[in-house]
Design a protein around this ligand. Structure first.
Ligand code: G
Ligand code: MN
Length: 274
């Protein structure tokens, strides 16, 4: 029997973490880590993506792929998503107040966008934190935006009107028309980690990226390549003029205090405030 199955029997939920998960928010066990994005031309600091983590009392730090389905199933994704948004905006303002101005992106689940209060939650997070709305980037999966367009589109429009930006996460070139995404209000595409991982050995990838970058320039859409793990991937993406990158080659996600140190390094390295 697998460890998962043992836990499932012992604690009565697929991951074995369900009961603990219900209390995690009030016990302040969630925290955010931030993964830098890097300007591929200048090597400068371009922003961060906020990523949720759970410090479980016995298991240690747990990644969202182990508990996100359960958060969705129990409806807790809404309060936890709200907490994530609030915390990321507050942290963004703390950086900005110290002179570091850069975008912060936050992942949003389909059920959050579906919920009646999502747009007002975003408004409230911005008001409460004083975070610059133009620097908040909300990341949605392609299916959240495209498959459920009749319900998603009006909300995306409201979010755009608030002044925040919208990204499609895990985007694989060639799977959606760029015009369609732009029409829906998308300003940024985050290239899928798996796709980026395949660029060195996939014959189609360079031409797919090339075409996407050319189209995105005409439409003022930003491309961020995620999951860059080696220098070869980086140079191929740079060759195709992808503007921004993210991945272990540059930095793993870190807690805010570690990002502070990184920011100081970047500022010293570039000789100017960011
Ligand atoms: O789907 P999204 O890009 O939001 O997923 C982010 C997750 O990917 C984080 O949990 C982060 O730890 C992980 N991640 C970030 N950079 C890399 C990378 O370069 N390689 C791999 N394999 N995973 C990464
Ligand atoms: Mn993401």
């Amino acid at each position: 029997m697998t460890e998962k199955a043992v836990n499932s029997n012992a604690e009565g939920s697929p991951s074995g973490l369900g009961a603990d998960l219900l209390q995690a928010l009030e016990r302040s066990e969630f925290f955010l880590v931030y993964q830098p994005t890097i300007d591929l031309r200048t090597n400068g600091f371009a922003g961060v993506e906020a990523l949720l983590r759970w410090r479980h009392v016995r298991r240690g730090v747990v990644n969202p792929d182990e508990f996100i389905d359960e958060l969705e199933a129990s409806g807790q994704i809404l309060p936890v998503g709200r907490w994530t948004l609030d915390t990321a905006c507050l942290q963004g303002t703390a950086w900005h107040d110290r002179g570091y101005r850069f975008p912060v992106s936050v992942n949003v689940a389909a059920s959050q966008l579906d919920s009646a209060q999502f747009v007002s939650d975003v408004e409230e997070a911005l008001r409460m934190s004083r975070f610059d709305r133009a620097l908040l980037l909300l990341e949605f999966s392609q299916s959240t935006i495209v498959d459920d367009r009749s319900s998603a589109q009006p909300k995306i429009k409201e979010l755009r009107e608030l002044g925040v930006r919208i990204a499609v996460d895990d985007f694989v070139p060639g799977t959606s028309s760029l015009d369609d995404l732009v029409e829906l209000g998308v300003s940024t595409l985050k290239l899928d980690r798996g796709f980026v991982g395949s660029i060195s050995n996939s014959p189609d990838a360079p031409s797919l990226i090339h075409e996407l970058v050319q189209q995105s320039k005409e439409r003022h859409v930003q491309i961020i390549a995620s999951g860059i793990e080696d220098a070869q991937q980086r140079s191929q993406l740079q060759l195709e003029d992808v503007g921004v990158g993210q991945g272990y080659l540059f930095s793993e996600p870190h807690e805010a205090e570690a990002i502070d140190l990184l920011l100081e390094d970047f500022a010293i390295f570039s000789g100017k405030p960011l």
